[in-house]
Ligand binder design. Structure first.
Ligand code: URA
Ligand code: URA
Length: 228
């Protein structure tokens, strides 16, 4: 498996364009999306702050999820974060509070971050989909396809050094749709200068305590890279 992609993160390359009528050079933007499958023209390149992007997401009606949830949970944290963590989508508590990872899984994530000496206020925490799927079902592929464009823009604006995929859905959405979380977790990937690691989802740890030990090993690696 190779997830290496050539080129710069994000912006731009100056190209000489043939412009016979005026004979001048033009700038062309050659944006290479970070998330596989995202189209540059759908990646909100015109929006350059998290608050602009959040406003756009809050009025989004591109999929059915918004009809069934209370509010859009955009994500939160340090807009300059060196570490960004990405989960699946809001659950009931997140939908009520408008913040990511505040329910049971979020409380476990807080404990893990604390144990790994990664202050929650220093990092950025988001999700692949921003609206709660009804009954906490998995987001459908078409929902992921439209909502990952916001995630792409969040990654472009924050430019984290380290990106952690929490659970299977984020791993498939960000690393590779073909990979399994059990085969992938704990390994570093590098794409466009960002180090990426998949770990088990905190909710999976609550269901399956045998995931706790390997997850702690993974977070020690994340801590070591964060402080290197
Ligand atoms: N699970 C997730 O994947 N994301 C949240 O924000 C909360 C629970
Ligand atoms: N299944 C998931 O969806 N996530 C995990 O972290 C583990 C199993």
């Amino acid at each position: 498996m190779s997830i290496e992609q050539p080129g710069l993160f994000g912006l731009s390359e100056t190209k000489k364009l043939e412009s016979p009528e005026e004979g001048r050079e033009e700038q062309s933007l050659a944006y290479i999306p970070f998330i596989p499958g995202v189209k540059p023209q759908e990646a909100y390149l015109e929006l350059n702050s998290l608050s602009q992007l959040e406003q756009r997401a809050k009025s989004c009606r591109q999929c059915r999820l918004r009809e069934g949830c209370r509010q859009v949970v955009f994500g939160e944290g340090n807009s300059d974060a060196r570490l960004m963590l990405v989960g699946e989508g809001p659950g009931m508590d997140e939908d009520l509070q408008g913040r990511p990872f505040v329910g049971k899984a979020g409380q476990l994530l807080d404990k893990i971050l604390q144990a790994a000496e990664l202050p929650r206020q220093e990092v950025y925490i988001g999700n692949v989909v921003k609206c709660r799927p009804p009954g906490n079902r998995l987001p459908h592929p078409d929902e992921v396809r439209v909502c990952r464009n916001y995630l792409e823009a969040q990654i472009r604006i924050i430019k984290p050094r380290i990106l952690v995929c929490l659970g299977s859905l984020a791993t498939k959405a960000i690393i590779d749709p073909q990979v399994s979380i059990t085969m992938t977790r704990g390994k570093w990937f590098n794409r466009q200068g960002i180090s990426i690691m998949a770990v088990f989802h905190p909710a999976a740890l609550l269901r399956n305590p045998s995931y706790k030990r390997p997850t702690w090993e993974d977070f020690k690696q994340i801590r070591d890279k964060y402080y290197r």
